[in-house]
Ligand binder design. Structure first.
Ligand SMILES: [Zn+2]
Length: 185
């Protein structure tokens, strides 16, 4: 099988070389090689970017990593979030609690505020991973009402919320599904 592949590879090269040398134009042949190489790498990078924009397992993984940074000495409930922008960049956040309970901030809003403060305004999805500090298995952790309202401020109704136990076990919801009657101007 290996020799077949090898033979066909050199066969193609040989044929192309022959055709171009018949026209006495090796420069054209080299240009063709350069062009093909450039197109190959362009497609490869585009594919990688597209995969990243669609890969919500990857986003869950980032949320789980961010969860390890949670500051939750009062509730012991640790949450991580990973926010995917339409340009492919990802901003993570964790919950940050306070002795004055009302001063606490959720993981989702931490991620949003980080991204917005860096100039981002266009978002595609957010993954949330939450559970008790020593939990072996995480359970889906839906965003609170305030975080849904913050999402509504910056996102379209089809913005995706990814909730799950891990990078292989998750569900997707749209913002309008989990926030059907939003307040807005
Ligand atoms: Zn919240």
């Amino acid at each position: 099988m290996e020799t077949c592949w090898g033979a066909s590879f050199f066969g193609v090269l040989g044929r192309e070389w022959q055709q171009s040398s018949q026209r006495n134009c090796y420069k054209e042949y080299l240009n063709m090689l350069w062009r093909d190489t450039a197109v190959f790498w362009y497609n490869k990078s585009r594919k990688k970017r597209r995969n990243r924009l669609m890969d919500y397992g990857y986003l869950m993984e980032e949320a789980m990593k961010a969860r390890k940074m949670a500051y939750a000495p009062y509730s012991q409930f640790q949450v991580g979030a990973a926010l995917l922008c339409t340009d492919g960049s990802v901003y993570t956040g964790c919950n940050v609690e306070n002795a004055s309970y009302g001063a606490a901030n959720c993981a989702e809003r931490t991620a949003f505020f980080k991204a917005v403060s860096e100039g981002k305004r266009s978002f595609r999805a957010i993954a949330v991973a939450g559970g008790k500090k020593d939990a072996v298995d995480l359970e889906p952790c839906p965003p609170c009402g305030i975080c849904r309202q913050v999402m509504e401020e910056f996102c379209s109704p089809d913005f995706v919320i990814v909730l799950g136990k891990n990078e292989a076990d998750y569900q997707m919801y749209t913002l309008r599904e989990i926030f059907p009657l939003p307040f807005g101007e």
